[in-house]
Every structure is written in structure tokens, then in C-alpha cells.
Ligand binder design. Structure first.
Ligand SMILES: Nc1nc2c(c(=O)[nH]1)N(C=O)[C@@H](CNc1ccc(C(=O)N[C@@H](CCC(=O)O)C(=O)O)cc1)CN2
Ligand SMILES: Nc1nc2c(ncn2[C@@H]2O[C@H](COP(=O)(O)OP(=O)(O)OP(=O)(O)O)[C@@H](O)[C@H]2O)c(=O)[nH]1
Ligand SMILES: [Mg+2]
Length: 475
């Protein structure tokens, strides 16, 4: 596969000001000679006429040549910078793919070659994928750190410690008959492995933060029908995402809008008003609201204090629901379906809505009295009152939950699972470090293999297609 030379448009959709076509592999020099007339000096922008097989001019543009292994892919690599017209790019790609050994690249293939040639490890490749997908400053910072080797450094550091420990143990059983070296080595090794297990536990404790940065901080907007949930979503998104009417039970599905709050992607979900209902469609909506609530990082519980205090209109009762999302009101039994994974970091903010409508007499205190719970915020989507304060509050909570984007934390489920696997084996060893040295060494090898799978050194062949297909063509 690496024998092929690959070509692709690496810049965005056409037409564009300039388009960059990248070519990587053994036929690069020949392609440059045929199309640009010569192999330009390495790593220098050179103006050339690009010509087709008939020697006719395709375009005049910039050619760049990177000799392997000093290139992104580790192979000979050329870039053709041309005018970004559809026919211009099509003519160049046609000329290129007509050359022997040349074909179009598949998605992620340049990056995959960088990996296969040892230029980057798997966590760096994942970081690049995230960098291309980054939409907020937090996502960009996290991805650029990971693409630059922040996670790789952590995992390779751990692997080195495991390898060192194993070497010490293996040396001890080679020289076991030369006095009591073995016992001392065992104690030293066990104490460093205990520290390593702690480092892994700290790292795992931060997994949620990476996932929040990468996938977004999830905010559920819940409350009784007509509380003003969809109005809040629309006000936040600054457009009519959800239908708003004065009829209770308007929203039946989960409606989402994503905002960039201080560099963190925050995903708001508007939900169906929670109440007992015989309407089958609405009931499904209520069920979905519970699921969204359970998985959220933050639940905004909205209450319109003027609303007739019917079932679940009172905040106290509603909160019981929010805290136990899978329990149905007025029923003792838990819903049959297995509860969705309950987010342990979940926070709750109570929000009083429609402050513009409250009769003059209904002070905040009275509103709280009526609802037997105090409100964290009070808003009117009509006048905008309280909106800035609420958004700031959410932004602060999101920033706290996401933590420092520059710190190397596990960002994918894959990272969390493999580190957990490694830690499990290590803990097993630590539970009884006095096992025979052969067994101890084998356990440490197993833990190291799990980390090797993280960086792509060990048994990940099946995974590679999945990871690299995430990229666009030309990357
Ligand atoms: N035109 C262009 N811009 C681009 C890229 C590209 O491929 N082409 N990149 C695509 O991702 C990024 C830059 N990444 C790059 C990473 C390494 C090397 C490189 O030549 N590395 C060699 C030499 C290092 C040196 O001399 O400092 C090496 O690592 O050995 C080039 C670009 C973003 N901008
Ligand atoms: N005066 C005033 N009316 C509001 C405010 N927010 C919402 N409303 C009105 O309250 C009614 C219900 O608003 P929605 O946003 O649809 O309420 P909801 O919670 O999404 O309702 P369901 O989807 O039925 O659960 C509509 O008539 C809105 O115009 C507000 O801040 N002030
Ligand atoms: Mg609604």
C-alpha cells in the first residue's frame, strides 16, 4: 500500500482563492519533473508552470518539495498550489492519477502514512482529527496540545516506567541465586508501580473534562409544560429553533442548540414539559426529557411561579424528578427500561421564568415560598432580564467542568478504557507484589501492552481504519 503514490486536494471546497494538491510517495519526484518541469529545491516555494500530458498549460502556481523522511508523511511529498477553480484542480488531479503508481488518496491517508512511518503516534493522529473538527477555542487548545504529543508524552512515560520495572524484576530472577537482591528490587519496583497507579487514577479522574471539551458541556432545559423552556432556548440561540406557543405541551421532542461560551462548546437541549399525560406522543417526549436530564452535566429547572401549582408545577416536586430522573411521579415503581447512565457530576440550577409577568405583589421571596425552593436565577426572555447573568453562570460552570484545555487528559472513551485496563492489571499486581517474579513481569507486560494500544504500538490494526476514516480526504 505504501508503494502507491497518493494525491488529493487538501484544501476546502472549490472554488477557492488557492487550492493545494498534495502528493506523497515514491513517484513524487517523477510527478514534479513531468508537471512542473523539474524537482524544485527542497522546502522552498518555487513558481512553476504546471503542464498536462500534452504539455499544455494547466495553470501557473507554486510547487513545494519535501524530501522524505523530512516531510509530514515521512515520504517524498510535493504540494501544488494552484488557482482554486474546479476545472484547474480537476485537470491537475487527472494528470497526476494518469502517472504510473499514482492514485487518489482515501480519507485520512496522508495522516495514516505519517503514523505508519513513525512520524506521529495514534494519540497525535487523534489530536489532528480533533484539531480539524475544533469549533471552539477550548477544543482547539486541547487538540493542538494533543497533536503536538502531550498525551503521547504521558503514555510513553508510563510505558518506560513499566518497562524499567519489568527489567528490574527480570534481572532479579536471573540473579536470584546471588543473594537477596531479589527482595529489595521487588520493594523498589512495587513502590514505583504504586505511584504509577496513582498517576493513572489521577489521569482517569480527569476523563470527564476531556470529554466535555471535545463533545460539549450538556445542559438540559426542563420544567413543567409552558414554563418557558423553548423560549429560553430560542433566546440563547438567538433564533427560532423551537416552536413556542401558549399551549402547554408544545414541545415533544428534544431540540438542541450549541453555543460557544467562553471557548467551550455548550449544548443546550430543550425538552418536553414534564407531566403525567395520556397523549402517547407527549409521553415519549417526557421519557426523552428524563433521559436528557440524566445524561446532562447541568440541568436548568425552569419554573413559572404564576403557573397554577398543578402536579409537577411546584419546584419541590419537580426537583425530586430531576434528582431521580427515572422515577415517575405518583408512582412508586421505577420505569422498566434500564436507567440511562446517570451523570455523576450533574449540577442543577433552578430558574424562575417570566419575571416580566409576575404581578407586582409576587416578590422573589413569595415566589420561592410558593415553590418551597429558592431560585438560583430569575429571567424574562421577553425583556432579557437576568439573561446575561444566567449565561455567565452557565459559562462559569462549563469552564469549571472542562478544566484547563492545555492539560493532557483522556479525551476519548478509547483512552479511558485502555488506561483503566492497564490500571486494573497494575492493581492486581500491587495487591500481591510477592507473586513469583515471572508472574509479576508478565503482569507488567500486560499493563504496558494496554498503553501500547493507546499510542498505536500494539495490536490496533482493526482500529486504524476507524480512526483514520474520521479525517477528510487530503488530510
Ligand atoms: N502547505 C502546507 N501547510 C501546512 C501543512 C501542509 O502539509 N502543507 N500541514 C499539514 O499538516 C501543517 C503543517 N505541518 C507540517 C508538519 C511537518 C512538516 C515537516 O516538513 N516536517 C519535517 C521537517 C521539520 C523541520 O525541518 O523543522 C520533519 O518533521 O522532519 C511540514 C508541515 C499545517 N500547514
Ligand atoms: N411574558 C412572558 N411570556 C413568556 C416568557 N417566556 C415564555 N413566555 C410565554 O409562555 C408560553 C410558553 O412558552 P414556551 O417557551 O413554549 O414554554 P415551554 O416550557 O417550552 O412549554 P412546553 O413546550 O409546552 O413544555 C408562550 O406563550 C411564551 O410566549 C417570558 O419571559 N415572559
Ligand atoms: Mg417547549
Amino acid at each position: 500500500m505504501l508503494a502507491d503514490t497518493i494525491a488529493a486536494l487538501s484544501t476546502g471546497s472549490l472554488p477557492s482563492g488557492v487550492a493545494v494538491v498534495r502528493v506523497s510517495g515514491p513517484a513524487v519526484r517523477e510527478a514534479l519533473r513531468r508537471i512542473a518541469g523539474d524537482v524544485p529545491p527542497e522546502r522552498r516555494a518555487s513558481l512553476r508552470s504546471f503542464r498536462g500530458p500534452d504539455r499544455r498549460l494547466i495553470d501557473r502556481g507554486i510547487a513545494l518539495f519535501f524530501a522524505g523522511p523530512r516531510s509530514v508523511t515521512g515520504e517524498d511529498l510535493a504540494e501544488f498550489h494552484l488557482h482554486g477553480g474546479r476545472a484547474v484542480v480537476a485537470a491537475l488531479l487527472e494528470t497526476l492519477t494518469a502517472l504510473p503508481g499514482m492514485r487518489l488518496a482515501v480519507a485520512g491517508e496522508f495522516t495514516r502514512r505519517a503514523f505508519e512511518n513513525g512520524r506521529i503516534d495514534l494519540t497525535e493522529a487523534e489530536g489532528l482529527a480533533d484539531l480539524l473538527a475544533a469549533e471552539t477555542e477550548g477544543q482547539r487548545r486541547m487538540a493542538v496540545a494533543q497533536a503536538g504529543g502531550a498525551l503521547r508524552a504521558v503514555y510513553e512515560g508510563w510505558m518506560q516506567r513499566l518497562t524499567h520495572a519489568r527489567a528490574m524484576i527480570e534481572a532479579s530472577f536471573d540473579f536470584a541465586d546471588e543473594g537477596d537482591v531479589g527482595a529489595d528490587v521487588g520493594a523498589d519496583v512495587a513502590s514505583d508501580m504504586r505511584r504509577l497507579a496513582e498517576d493513572m487514577r489521577d489521569h482517569l479522574a480527569k476523563a470527564g473534562r476531556g470529554e466535555i471539551l471535545r463533545e460539549g458541556y450538556k445542559v438540559a432545559i426542563v420544567g413543567a409544560p409552558n414554563a418557558g423552556k423553548s423560549s429560553l432556548l430560542n433566546a440563547l440561540a438567538d433564533r427560532e429553533v423551537a416552536i413556542v406557543t401558549e399551549i402547554p405541551g408544545t414541545t415533544r421532542d428534544v431540540i438542541q442548540a450549541t453555543l460557544d461560551l467562553g471557548g467551550i462548546s455548550v449544548r443546550f437541549s430543550d425538552t418536553a414539559g414534564i407531566r403525567e399525560t395520556t397523549d402517547q406522543i407527549e409521553a415519549i417526549g417526557v421519557e426523552r426529557a428524563r433521559e436528557v436530564m440524566a445524561a446532562a452535566d447541568l440541568v436548568l429547572v425552569l419554573v413559572d411561579p404564576d403557573q397554577a401549582p398543578g402536579p409537577l408545577a411546584r419546584l419541590g416536586e419537580l426537583l425530586t424528578h430531576v434528582k431521580h430522573p427515572m422515577m415517575l411521579a405518583g408512582r412508586d415503581e421505577v420505569v422498566e427500561a434500564p436507567p440511562p447512565p446517570h451523570n455523576p457530576r450533574r449540577q442543577i440550577l433552578t430558574v424562575r421564568t417570566k419575571t416580566d409577568m409576575s404581578p407586582a405583589g409576587l416578590s422573589a421571596e413569595t415566589a420561592e415560598e410558593r415553590n418551597d425552593v429558592r431560585f438560583d436565577a430569575a429571567i424574562s426572555t421577553q425583556t432579557g432580564e437576568g439573561m446575561v447573568a444566567l449565561v455567565e453562570r452557565i459559562a462559569t460552570l462549563a469552564a469549571e467542568a472542562a478544566g484547563d484545555p492545555d492539560e493532557a487528559v483522556p479525551v476519548r472513551v478509547r483512552h479511558r478504557e485502555l488506561v483503566s485496563d492497564a490500571l486494573r492489571v497494575l492493581d492486581q499486581y500491587l495487591a500481591d507484589p510477592s507473586v513469583p517474579p515471572e508472574v509479576a513481569a508478565e503482569m507488567l507486560r500486560m499493563a504496558g501492552d494496554r498503553l501500547g494500544a493507546l499510542t498505536g504500538q500494539v495490536g490496533v490494526e482493526e482500529l486504524l481504519d476507524v480512526i483514520f476514516s474520521e479525517f477528510c480526504i487530503g488530510k
